[in-house]
Design a binder for this molecule. Sequence first.
Ligand code: C2E
Ligand code: MG
Ligand code: MG
Length: 759
Amino acid sequence: MTARTYVQATTAVAALGTIWCVAYLGAGFGLEAFAYVFVPIGGALATASVRHLARTAFWRAVRLAVALITIGYAWLAVDMLTHAAEARTRSMPAPAAACVAVGFLIAIWALARVPVVAPGGAERWRVVLDRTIAFLGCAAVLWYVGLAPMLSAREPWSPQAMLLVGLGLLAAVGAATKVSYIAGGPVDRVAMRLVAAAGGVPAGVVSVLAVQFGYIASVPAQAIVMPLAPVLVTLGVAAQIRADQGLRREPARRGVLLPYLAMISVDVPLIAVAVGEPLRWPVRVVLIAAVVVTVLVMVRQYLAYRENARLLRNARVQEQRLQYEISHDGLTGLGNRALFRDRLTAALATTGPVSVLLIDLDDFKAVNDLLGHGVGDQLLVAVGQLVQAEMGDGDLPVRFGGDEFAVLLTGAGAEPESLAERLLTALSDPVSEHRLLVQASIGMATASPGDTVDSVLRDADVALYTAKQRGKARFVRYVDGMGEPVLASMRLGGELRRALDGDEFRVVYQPIVRLDCNLVSGVEALVRWHHPDRGVISPAEFIPAAERTGLIVPLGRLVLRETCRQAAAWLAEFGPDGLREAAVNVSARQLHDPDFVSDVTEALAESGLPCERLVLEVTESAVLRGRQVSRALYELDRMGIRLALDDFGTGESSLSLLRAFPAAIVKLDKSFVDGIEIDDRKHARQAVARAVIQLAGALGLDTVAEGIESPEQVAALLELGYTLGQGFHLGEPMTADGVSVLLAQQRRAARKQSVYPRA
Ligand code: C2E
Ligand code: MG
Ligand code: MG
C-alpha cells in the first residue's frame, strides 16, 4: 500500500465511524460499545503506514507510539464489547490506559528530540519569548476550558481519564509551540505538525466535549473525533514522503503570527470572565480595559509587523537586484564570468555531459579604433543577442568581458560542434544597425571526469588560441596535447622581455641584388634571437609572440635604429653609390603605435641616414588595419621614405591595394618564384609574376623578386622583366661585416672597371 492508500483507508474508517455514530444517535442503531471499534482499526492502519519511514529515529518512535496507543484502544474496544451492557459505566482498564499513556509519552519525547535549527543572537531570544508567549496563551485557554472545570467538576473524573487528557493537552501545547518554530532538519515541518495535531486535536476536542457535555459526548468522541488521529498520522507520513522526494519546497517562516494567536486565546477566556462571571464593576472595568489594551497592542504590533514585512520585501528585491548586477554583464544583459563559473561548478558536480565554448570576435579592436567605442558597444550587444538566439533552453550564454563570449552546454543532446557551426553561419551576415561584418574564433572543450572549472576553461582557451593561430573565423575542439605548443609560445612571450633587456637580438642583412649584374643594390634587415640555451631562433617563431605581447614595438624600434645606424655607416664608408637602400620589416602592431612615425624620424635623425635610403616593408594585412595605420603610412611617404609591399600576391586584395596605398616597391612573394623556371606550356606558373611586373610597370613601382634559389629562376625572372631579386642563391642573410666585405669587393671591381674601361 502506498502512503496515499493509507490516507484513504483511515479516512474511510473515520467516515464509517461518523455514519455509524449518526445512525446510533439518531436511530439507536447497534450497541454503544461499537463506538470503540473505529479507533483501533484506524490506529492499526496508521501504524502500518509509518513503516515506509522507518529510517529516521523520529518516525521509528512515532511508529512505536502509534502502535502502543492502538493496542491500548484495541484492549479498550475488546473490554467494551465483552461487557457491552455496562459500557456506559466502565472506565478504561488499567493496562490499556498504561499502553496509551506510554505511547503518548514516547510521541512527546520524539517530538521534543527533533532538532530545531537554532537561530543565533537576538533572534534566539525572540524565538524563546515567542515560544513562551505561545505556550502560556494556549495553556491558559486549555486551563480555562479543560482542566479547571475538570478539577472542579461535581462528579470527579477517574484518575486515568485525567492523566490521559492532561498528557494529551500537554503534548498538544508543547508540540504546537515547538513545531511552529521548526525550520529545516531531517523531519519535514508539515509532517511533524500533522503528527503533533494527531495527538493534540482529538485530545483537545474530546476534553472540551467531555467537560461541556459530560459522558454523553463519549460516543461521538470515540467514533468521530478520535479516528481523526490516525488520518492525521497517515497524512503526516505522506507529507514526509513528498518532502523526501523533493516535491514540496516551503519558505522558512518561523511562526511570526503565533504570539498574536496566543494573545487572542488569552483574551477569549478574559472576555468570557468579564462578561459572564458575577464581578464587582471596578474589576470588570479593569478586565475589559486589559482586553482592549492587549487588542490595541496587538493591532500596533501587527502594523509594525506589516511594515517590517514590507521593508524585508524591499530588502529582498534590492538583494535580488544586486545579485543580478554582480552576476550579469551591464552592456549585453547576458550573464558574466562569475555566474558562468558558478554554473560550471554546479554542472561539473553532476554526471551529465558538460561542454564550454569560448567565442572571441576577430579583430574587434579595429572596429573600436576605426568606428569608435559606441559602435563597438552596439556590435557587442548585437553579437550577444545573436549568440542567445542560437542557444538551447538549458544553455547559458555569457559575456566574459571585452569581445569574448562563452556558452555552457549541459543538455544530454547538446552538440558543441553544431552550435559552433550555427554561430559562425549566423555571423556570416552583417550584424548591428551599422551592418558590420564580423567574424569569430571559437574554442571548445568537453569536461572529462576529474576536470575542474579552471581546467575546462583552460582547455577551451587553448582551443580558442589554436583557432586564432590557424587563421581565425573557425572553431577548434580541444584535444589532448593541444596545450603544449600554446604553452611554449606563451613561455616564449615571457622570455622575449628578458631577451630584450639582455640584448640577445642581432640584426642580419640579406642582400637585394641586381639580377643582370649581380651587384648588391640594397639589403633587408632580418632580426635573429641568440637564445642562451636554444641557439639562434628564427623570427618566424618569435615575431607572432612579440606581436601578441606588444613587445614587437620596442623590438622593432631596436632593429630600426640599428639598421639606420649601420646603413649610415655604409654610406659614410662606401659613398652614395655603395648601397642604395636598407629595408626594415614593420609589423601591423608597430604601425598601430601612435609613436611609430616619430620613432622613425628619430632613428633617421640620430643616424644621419637620408630618408630616401630607408625602405619600410609592410604586409598587405598590416596595411588594411584602418585609418590610424593609413595615416601613418601617408605621413612616412610624404617624408620621402619608400614603402615596400612585402609578400605581395599572397593577400586577398593585392591589386586594389596598390592604388589605395602609397607603395614604392612591390616584393613578389617567394611562392610565385618557386617553379617559375619550369617551362610548362601554358606558362601558368608565371602568370602572377607576369601580371605583377606589368602592373608595377604601369604604376611606376619598383619590383623585387623574393626567395630566388637558382640561376634558372634568375634567368626566368630577367626574361619577365624583373631587375631586382633576393634569395639564398644571390646571398643569404649575413652579418653587417659580411655585407661590408661584399660592398668592398664591389668597390674594388668598380674601380678596376674605371681604370680599365671596357672597350
Ligand atoms: P620576409 O620579410 O618576407 O623576409 C624574408 C624571409 O625569407 C627571411 O626569413 C629570409 O631569410 C627568407 N629567405 C630569403 N631568401 C630565401 C630563399 O631563397 N629561400 C627561402 N626558403 N627563404 C628565403 P626570416 O629571416 O626567417 O624572416 C621571416 C619573416 O620574419 C620575414 O619575412 C619578416 O616578415 C619577419 N621579420 C624578420 N625580421 C623582422 C623584423 O625585424 N621586424 C619584423 N616586424 N618582422 C621581421
Ligand atoms: Mg620582408
Ligand atoms: Mg617577404
